[in-house]
Structures are given as C-alpha cells and as structure tokens.
Design a protein around this ligand. Sequence first.
Ligand code: ZN
Length: 229
Amino acid sequence: MSALALRPVSSSAVSAVSSPAAVGTAGPRTAAGSPYRFTTELSGKPLRWNPCLPIHWQFRAAGAPAGGRAAVTQAVARIAQASGTRWVFDGIVTSAPTSGWLPQTNDANRPVLIGWTDAAHSDLLRGRPASVIGMTRTAWFGLTTGTVTVASIQGAVIALNRAARLPATGPASWKTATLHELGHVMGLGHAGSSRELMYPVLQRSLNDLQPGDLRGLAKVGRPAGCISA
Ligand SMILES: [Zn+2]
C-alpha cells in the first residue's frame, strides 16, 4: 500500500503596471520577447480560475475619477469576452482594495474587488514608485496529491492609483490599465513584448488586448476547459 499525500496549497501573487510617463525610466522598450507569460505554473499548467464558474466582482466607487466606473465596467466586459468567462457584478462596496479583502480559505468566496485608492489606504500601493498606476493581488488554493497539484485562483483585488492621471478610455487609459490588471487576475504575468497589453509599461499605442494577450487568455480561460477538483 502506498500513502496518498494530500497537501493544501495556497499563495498569492502581485503584479503591477506602470505609467506611460515612466517609459523612459522603466528600461529599454522592446518589441521582442515572449507574447505572453503566466504568473504561476503548477504541474506544468498555468494557474487559473475555474472558467466554468461565474466570476463575481464588486466596485469601490470612492476615489474613482470621472468616467472611472464605466471604464472599469467596459474592461470587465472585455476580459470576460476574451477569456470566455462569465462575470457577475455584485454591487458597490466602501472597502479599499487591499490584501485584507482576499479570501483566506478555500471555501471563503469573495468577489474580485476593483477600485481606486492610494498608498495611505492600501498595502498594494504602499512603498511603490509614483509611476505605478495599478496593482493586482490574486489568491489561490488547491491540493497536492503526490506530484500533481490541482488548484485554482479564487480571489483577486485590483488597486488603481488615484494619484495617477489618465483618461478614462482610449489608449493608455484607465480602461486599458484595468484590462492589463484583469489579465493578471486571470493568471497572466508580464509579456516580454511591448506590442502586448500585458507588457509591464502601459503603451500609448495600445487601446485593447493584443494577439499575444489573447493567446495567453485562451490558455487560462474557457477554451482550456473546466477545472474539476
Ligand atoms: Zn502588470
């Protein structure tokens, strides 16, 4: 007889997008490099949501710029379409987007929280350079059996930096910044190519997800199949 080892696993990842104004100081621009990456891979597969369950989300209205809620709503609709997932709006909250929002256990479902805040009110922005316009933290849970881990992302929070000044929509806007952060929510890391929206510096030339972003999203979204644990 051999023992079956079941080990609960959980972790979180944090990623940022920088202001287009930081292009000159954030390192050389490059069009070469990988079109998409995943934040985390387990047993050779990207960590992702179960795309066959709806993803609930809430919005923090306080601190939002003019047009901010509409821009975020448009970004959510776009990520839903691009990943084949269904997003359900659960209403407005007053809580600032912080790590404390994230679920602490496997069964503690919490909607994804998106909103504007600042370094004084969110650990996600504390100590970050002023060029950072958005930060995302995800939480995931799973079980390891032998050498195979079955896990899924089960929570996320997006902190948008209200000290930053961007247009609500269009290129290098709150909409595209939120779309970038939603890419992290879905499990994408930073692309190596500046032609992709998942490049760590928001590009003024991009108004939407690009081909590499979409290929990455297909591998974490509904086209990759359900997760059954
Ligand atoms: Zn990022």
